[in-house]
Design a binder for this molecule. Structure first.
Ligand SMILES: [Zn+2]
Length: 298
């Protein structure tokens, strides 16, 4: 880099202009890369349970920066003209995030997917506008109320202060849960706060979701006993998918399932050495790969 201290004002300005342009070009290139990684499922091949996990752990992005880049890559996938807007600076990662948020809200309210055509129109409408103007425009065009982002603040004692908006219906549901959970909360000698209610709900949901499930491909043969599955779950604890190249093991505990290392249809049996825990993403990924490989055999 040049010694900035020695530059004249106009030189400094010109130099800044050059780098700002490069920064936009690089953002576009990075989003294209993320799009391609996602298309190939490379993050799964490399032993990560999700694209987010891959970008955070391998490339050191913050969670927020990761979400925004994934949103950018997804929008770019559906609206290819977005590339030009990013390169000329009329769209940035913040506005992409605003579009994504508005689209999600619209989909939540109507229960229907927003089409790529509408998204393309939204990109054109907010290009070159300020963040405030964009939010107003998005709310008007989609006929929605744009809610505040959830706010999260870590506190000194490791507790987290959360601030979020719920709809009237969501609030009523929470109140109903509070009534239903009141007895259990009092039994546990906890205060009847919303935090306690959410904890009861979360416990129940976690227990339900971590129950041992049979992978879809196993349903043909029911001789894999629940006892064996629990033993495998206790042995492995988390997703055992390993990237052959780097040896990285996924380790995700998200929606884990028992899997046959060698598939049943390929002659794999129920012996413990042939069983392992995989997360839902890797279970699907392995299944897809096996299918492609088996097709190649014929
Ligand atoms: Zn996994």
């Amino acid at each position: 880099m040049k010694n900035l201290f020695k530059l004249r004002d106009d030189e400094l300005e010109m130099s800044l202009d050059t780098y700002v342009k490069q920064e936009r070009e690089i953002l576009h290139i990075i989003l294209e890369h993320i799009k391609e990684v996602s298309r190939r499922d490379l993050h799964l091949a490399r032993g990560y349970g999700s694209l987010k996990d891959y970008l955070v752990k391998k490339f050191g992005y913050s969670e927020r920066a990761t979400y925004r880049r994934i949103e950018g890559a997804n929008l770019l996938n559906q609206v290819p003209t977005l590339a030009e807007n990013i390169k000329n600076g009329s769209m940035d990662i913040t506005k992409i995030s605003e579009i994504t948020r508005a689209v999600k809200e619209k989909e939540r309210v109507t229960g229907e997917k927003v089409s790529a055509l509408v998204k393309s129109d939204l990109v054109a409408r907010v290009s070159g506008k300020s963040s405030m103007e964009s939010q107003k425009e998005l709310a008007q065009v989609l006929d929605i109320e744009i809610k505040e982002f959830d706010k999260k603040r870590m506190q000194q004692d490791e507790s987290v202060r959360l601030e979020f908006t719920v709809t009237k219906e969501q609030y009523e549901k929470l109140m109903k849960c509070q009534d239903l959970a009141a007895q259990k909360i009092q039994q546990d000698h906890k205060d009847l706060s919303l935090a306690s209610v959410i904890e009861v709900l979360a416990d129940k949901y976690i227990a339900e979701k971590t129950e041992v499930k049979t992978a879809p491909s196993e349903k043909v043969n029911q001789t894999l006993t629940p006892k064996t599955k629990i033993e495998i779950l206790k042995r492995d604890l988390c997703c055992q998918f390993e990237d052959e190249k780097t040896g990285k093991v996924c380790g995700s505990t998200f929606a884990i399932q028992v899997d046959h290392r060698m598939a049943r249809w390929a002659g794999g049996d129920h012996r413990k050495s042939n069983l392992q825990i995989l997360c839902a993403q890797h279970n699907r990924y392995k299944y897809r790969k096996e299918k492609i490989e088996s097709l190649a055999l014929f």
